[in-house]
Design a binder for this molecule. Structure first.
Ligand code: COA
Length: 336
């Protein structure tokens, strides 16, 4: 019988510091109302001095292992999606590897920004389907707060980002008709829009040094976004890929019990739900508390939903993301 990836465990961890909209108004020309009305965000969590991307990832991983009733030694491979690597190299996955004492199993970072978790899920699922790997740890981990322009110039981007990591443990199971597991994943990209939402430096394409005084003065080390352009693409691409993915699994919108969307802006998610006529009670968001944790957003939502009983065995959950690259992707999973 063919193999499928069951999500055997989930976990999450976020920054220790609660950063409210009121706090943002002390650094930049903004208002609590503007942020909440335009983005849905009331507060976000940023790391303190005791935390870094890999410590968030490790905490999420340990929870996922515990939920699955497994040990680190049971994992065959680690895939970690991030756009905010702990160091230039090696990847954050190696620092996670060190923290959880993962022996000599392979690990690798994937860079597909806010869609990164779904890209990593697709690759982990593919490893499991070949039969070469029994258990793959798939993590999304971000620390944005140490790379943001908190002045008025950076206000459009800075208000939306939070720090957090989510982990899922994939386990090989036989692909039974109504059995649990990842049923379908579709990923897309359009590199022609790479510069619409990016952090330009430090850059190995810059001569003679990756970063210098001039680049710092021009704020090339901070993210820049054409917000409206990104917004418009997000509300078009997310419904498209969600429907494509359900179609690939011969499912209808009505079959889905829970819809999880990337958490960049509540208005994006409301627009996507409206276009697809998805009832509000089937959509779960956490952006009002956590902001946008990029690759961490979807696995954090999954961890929350699986812990508070919103996701029951046998139910179908749809996950959809859009982000820098541009990238967009969707997955449909039968829980259990
Ligand atoms: N506080 C107050 N005013 C702000 C602000 C802030 N934090 N950020 C931007 N503004 C201002 C702008 O300067 C602009 O002022 P102007 O009209 O005087 O020029 C005005 O608000 C409108 O700016 P705009 O960028 O058009 O706002 P928006 O309604 O599009 O909201 C975003 C900005 C960033 C919230 C929104 O564009 C967005 O969510 N984009 C997509 C994000 C996304 O999906 N990213 C992908 C994954 S990370």
């Amino acid at each position: 019988m063919p193999l499928r990836s069951r999500i055997a465990g989930t976990g999450m961890s976020v920054g220790n510091r609660v950063v409210t909209n009121a706090e943002m108004t002390q650094w930049m020309d903004t208002s609590e109302e503007w942020i909440e009305q335009r983005t849905g965000i009331k507060e976000r969590r940023w790391i303190d001095e005791t935390q870094r991307p890999s410590t968030l990832a490790a905490e999420a991983t340990n929870q996922a292992l515990e939920q699955a009733g497994l040990e680190v030694g049971d994992i065959d491979c680690i895939l970690l999606a991030t756009l905010s690597g702990e160091h230039d190299f090696p990847g954050t996955s190696f620092f996670l590897h060190e923290l959880i004492d993962a022996g000599d199993i392979p690990c690798v970072d994937l860079r597909a920004q806010c869609s990164g978790f779904l890209y990593a899920l697709q690759m982990g699922d593919a490893l499991i389907q070949t039969g070469s790997h029994k258990r793959v740890l798939v993590v999304g981990a971000e620390v944005h707060s140490t790379g943001l322009d908190i002045s008025t110039e950076g206000r459009d981007v800075t208000v939306i980002f939070g720090d957090g990591a989510g982990a899922t443990l994939l386990e090989a199971v036989e692909a039974e008709a109504d059995g649990p597991g990842v049923l379908q994943i579709r990923c897309h990209a359009q590199g022609k829009h790479a510069r619409r939402l990016w952090t330009e430096g430090p850059s190995s394409a810059r001569h003679p040094h990756r970063i210098d005084e001039q680049a710092l003065a021009e704020k090339k080390h901070f993210p820049h976004m054409e917000g409206r352009f990104v917004f418009k693409h997000a509300v078009t691409r997310m419904p498209e890929v969600l429907l494509e993915t359900l179609g690939g699994a011969s499912l209808e919108l009505d079959d889905v019990d829970l819809f999880l969307f990337h958490q960049a802006n509540l208005r994006i998610n409301e627009a996507v739900a409206q276009r697809l006529e998805i009832p509000k009670e089937k959509v779960r968001n956490n952006i009002e508390r956590l902001g946008n944790c990029s690759a961490g957003a979807l696995p954090i939502l999954l961890a929350e939903a699986s812990r508070d009983g919103s996701l029951q065995p046998g139910q179908l959950v749809s996950l959809t993301a859009f982000g820098s690259g541009f990238t967009w992707a969707s997955a449909v999973v039968r829980w259990g």
